[in-house]
Design a protein around this ligand. Structure first.
Ligand code: ZN
Length: 465
């Protein structure tokens, strides 16, 4: 029986004395896969260290509503870089929590909403599933989710206690509900009703350990092995076997967080001596002409990833980079959404004497909130940056960036700075019928970079170097 704990805080100090035994006990109970959920930048880092060290642990990163206190709002500046790392499968936990604790200052609703909104924007840019925490704030949270959605990566309302009355809207927005130890509490009849009502493909199991242990262990520290108790309770309520409950919920978790042990698919492909790296299928743009919208094919290669490849897998697939005229990071998606992973691979390619080009939409400034060019300097030789049109309004309609209306100007600025920093730079465009390219050529000339147009009909053919 395979179980997945989709919400655990193993990085918390409560597990300092015996973390390894806790992980081992989980494995013995069938819980070999877990999503460690961060709640602050520091917790995210500790969770990531655990994910790096344990093959079955994945990381979610986000800043919890409790962190947004009046006068001490947390920095989110480092969050995009954290999201770009390997094994980061979700953004969370984020949300709203209006619960008033005795002897604590009342929660700052405005600050929480603001922090939630800023992180929801990142979820749209990174196309990551959301892990959402809502307590005594359902109406405000659902309103913000409705306003800022839809979210291409979907998400889960963790430890769901919105009752059946909020379920139609939650399901309509495409979200899952996380069910945990509270399902065993005598007074939690509404959680049991929710578990009974939820469609089979929308239910996820979780522990929220070290918090919320099942009834028989209340007052004690919770741990991920207890997801078995949750599965048994869900099975009883749904009148199915625990094995079936485990199977259904594990499948849901694997689909939502894209954690599969399967072969990822085509991760590198060779077109006339250029080796292309298929790093991700996620993208912060949604170009009207993008083949990823149609069939995800380039020449004879079908580029749908069943999961995102790890750096070591790509490095092995590249082999000796000197066998190719260049190594190109592209993918049916934006490679810089995996900036940390891309840099790790590029470092290896450079050390082995290869040439590195990155095909990008040039939105990095807006995605990361800072200039990423300096840190790429040692390992990237060349940028191909797609602008597609000289007209900002047309750009917004054609490229449909999740980074908002100021994107065209930011991309131009990125191209300009890359040229000045001494990189080889191509300003690129997919030449659509009816789109003027003379303006683009003039722009490229003014910035001192090369213009490279590609006929819409010829997408997927290699650019000559
Ligand atoms: Zn939690």
């Amino acid at each position: 029986m395979e179980l997945i704990d989709t919400h655990v805080h193993l990085e918390e100090p409560a597990f300092d004395p015996d973390r390894e035994q806790v992980i081992r006990r989980a494995g013995a109970a069938g819980v070999q896969t877990m999503i460690n959920v961060g709640s602050s930048l520091e917790a995210n880092q500790r969770g990531w260290d655990l994910a790096r060290a344990n093959s079955g642990i994945y990381a979610a990163m986000g800043v919890h509503p409790h962190e947004f206190k009046p006068g001490s709002e947390p920095e989110l500046k480092e969050l995009p870089e954290q999201l770009s790392r390997e094994k980061v499968v979700a953004l969370g936990e984020i949300g709203l929590d209006y619960h008033v604790f005795p002897d604590y200052p009342a929660p700052d609703r405005k600050a929480q909403q603001d922090g939630f909104s800023r992180q929801l924007e990142l979820a749209r840019i990174f196309e990551l599933p959301l892990i959402i925490h809502i307590r005594e704030a359902f109406d405000d949270a659902l309103r913000l989710l409705r306003q800022q959605g839809p979210f291409p990566g979907g998400g889960v309302l963790h430890c769901y206690d919105g009752g059946v009355e909020h379920l139609p809207e939650v399901l309509d927005m495409g979200f899952h509900a996380g069910i945990g130890g509270t399902i065993t509490y005598p007074r939690a009849e509404s959680v049991r009703t929710v578990a009974r009502t939820l469609p089979d493909d929308r239910l996820l199991l979780e522990t929220d350990a070290p918090y919320l242990p099942p009834q028989e262990q209340r007052g004690k520290r919770n741990e991920p092995a207890n997801v078995l108790k949750v599965a048994e309770a869900v099975a009883r309520i749904k009148n199915i076997s625990p094995a079936l409950a485990a199977e259904q919920t594990s499948r849901n978790a694997r689909q939502l967080f894209k954690i599969s042990e399967h072969d990822p698919g085509v991760i590198v492909y060779n077109i006339q001596g250029h080796l292309y790296v298929n790093l991700t299928n996620r993208c912060s743009s949604d170009c009207v002409f993008c083949p990823r919208r149609v069939n995800r094919r380039v020449q004879n290669y079908e580029l749908t990833l069943k999961r995102e490849p790890r750096a070591e897998e790509i490095i092995a697939a590249i082999g000796d980079p000197r066998d190719y005229s260049e190594i190109v990071f592209c993918g049916f998606g934006e490679p810089l959404l995996r900036l940390a992973v891309m840099l790790e691979i590029a470092r290896k390619v450079k050390s082995r004497g290869g040439w590195v080009r990155v095909d990008t939409n040039g939105q990095a400034d807006l995605i990361f909130g800072r200039d990423i060019l300096p840190e790429c300097r040692e390992v990237v030789d060349e940028w191909s940056i797609s602008l597609n049109t000289a007209d900002p309004e047309q750009y917004f309609k054609m490229v449909r960036p999740a980074t908002g209306p100021g994107t065209h100007a930011a991309v131009l600025n990125f191209i300009d700075r890359a040229g000045q920093a001494g990189y080889k730079v191509n300003l690129t465009a997919v030449e659509m019928p009816g789109v003027q390219t003379t303006g683009l050529q003039a722009l490229a000339k003014g910035l001192g970079v090369r213009y490279r147009g590609r006929a819409y009909q010829k997408l997927g053919e290699p650019e000559d170097k």
